[in-house]
Ligand binder design. Structure first.
Ligand code: 0X9
Ligand code: CA
Ligand code: CA
Ligand code: ZN
Length: 416
């Protein structure tokens, strides 16, 4: 039967309405799409540094006496208003440059949340006597935060050295998921055939959280590549808390090391441990007895230790220095890539409420941030080529093993 003109009109109207409702839903249900953001640089003069501090721009790096930021058009106006001279480097594109990933899926060889979940479950099924996947909490969007425990008699809590490695506090730092993930895989697959790996795993309990910020990672993969924070709805139209400013040690002591401004990329949240992702780490520490922590980030090729909240040296600065200089040597020996090192608040910049100040400040254990390659934005920034994942893991491996051995020797000498 032929439809009347009126019926056709009604159908068309209905479709248009559905279309409007769908877009209305998408736009209100998800954070704003990030457009017209640009990468800019300014000269690192004393005057600029002072003027820039309150703006709390999303900082990318410092290079050859220039500071690099991602800015919005509103922030651009502010820079002009404050008389800060800057040059526009390039647009901050919403997706990865095409030459970076060429695997079959959107993020190539990198893991999405579900890809990672499947792979760690698969490893657990293949090696059930040494691998256990634990759900240690749910993200804001109800994804599981997984900690993988690796040890002999893995279902038993034995009197052994304990150490923790964490990846991906920051969504856009994709390589920081892959390094701890490949470590899980390596330990599992080498256990039977490699006697030194076997002895390492037998004598310790190794805990690995490859992906602390699953919601942020998904957003960075599917929507906006430069996303950094978690996906907290701040209730004022802005989203996200910087998980690496949300820990309860010197939290928010100043507005230099973190921001109280919800739109800032280093927004610290409404209270220490306000976020379920950092709570998961806090609660795991309560149940365990860790002797060392490593938190993976990118980029900069640097190993840093507390304090981050002050340039003053921590009581254990000599020990930290010894450990990280050894690790840097081991890393260099693999591919000839130099990881510099130093105290966070001196070698880098001030932060407050970061993971390592908390784990060192509260538990007194060696606590390291490893900023994975590349060294700067001009070598790719947050965009590591797929081909480099394996070699970056390879060069980090001996340092990971060294730190576990250090924990084992501490444990055996009865110090912990
Ligand atoms: O700012 C951070 O949270 C870390 N760098 S990143 O570029 N991955 O965001 C560094 C934290 C280490 N602490 C200090 N530098 N104080
Ligand atoms: Ca795994
Ligand atoms: Ca054991
Ligand atoms: Zn980071």
């Amino acid at each position: 039967m032929k439809k009347t003109m009126n019926q056709k009109m009604e159908l068309k109207k209905g479709l248009i309405l559905a279309w409007i409702l769908l877009w209305g839903y998408i736009l209100t249900a998800s954070p704003p799409i990030h457009q017209d953001l640009e990468i800019i640089s300014t000269e690192k003069t004393e005057e600029n540094v002072i003027k820039l501090a309150p703006l709390k721009l999303d900082r990318l790096m410092e290079w050859k006496n220039r500071l690099y930021f991602i800015i919005s058009s509103e922030e651009k106006v502010l820079l002009q208003k404050y008389g800060i001279t800057f040059s526009v480097e390039r647009p901050a594109s919403a997706s990865a440059p095409e030459n970076i990933t060429h695997g079959i899926n959107i993020n190539g060889a990198y893991h999405t949340y579900t890809e990672l979940e499947q792979e760690i479950r698969d490893i657990e099924n293949r090696f059930p006597s040494i691998i256990q996947v634990k759900d240690i909490g749910k993200s804001l969007e109800s994804r599981s935060i997984y900690a993988v425990k690796i040890s002999d008699n893995v279902s038993e809590d034995e009197d052994e050295a304990e150490v923790i490695f964490i990846g991906c506090h920051h969504a856009r730092e994709w390589i920081s998921v892959e390094v701890p993930f490949l470590f899980i895989k390596h330990l599992a697959e080498q256990y039977e055939s490699n006697t030194s790996i076997k002895s390492l795993v037998d004598k310790s309990e190794i805990w690995i959280i490859p992906l602390l910020n699953p919601d942020g990672l998904e957003y960075s993969i599917y929507v906006y590549r430069y996303w950094r924070k978690n996906m907290r709805d701040n209730g004022d139209g802005s989203y996200g808390v910087d998980l690496n400013r949300n820990y309860d040690y010197m939290w928010g002591i100043d507005n230099v090391g973190s921001s109280s401004n919800t739109t800032s990329s280093v927004y610290r949240g409404t209270a220490p441990f306000s976020e379920p992702e950092t709570q998961a780490v806090r609660d795991l520490f309560r149940d365990r007895n860790f002797q060392a922590l490593v938190s993976y980030h990118s980029y900069s090729q640097i190993i840093i230790y507390p304090w981050g909240y002050t340039p003053e040296a921590p009581p254990d600065s000599t020990l930290h220095h010894q450990i990280v200089s050894k690790m840097s040597d081991l890393m260099w020996a693999v591919n000839g890539r130099t990881y510099s090192y130093g105290q966070a608040g001196q070698a880098m910049y001030l932060t407050n409420g970061d993971t390592t100040d908390w784990s060192y400040g509260i538990y007194g254990i060696p606590s390291l941030t490893i900023e994975l390659p590349p060294i700067d934005l001009f070598h790719g920034g947050f965009f590591n080529a797929e081909e480099d994942i394996q070699s970056i893991f390879n060069e980090n491996l001996p340092a990971m093993i060294y730190l576990i051995e250090w924990c084992i020797s501490q444990h055996e000498s009865g110090k912990t």
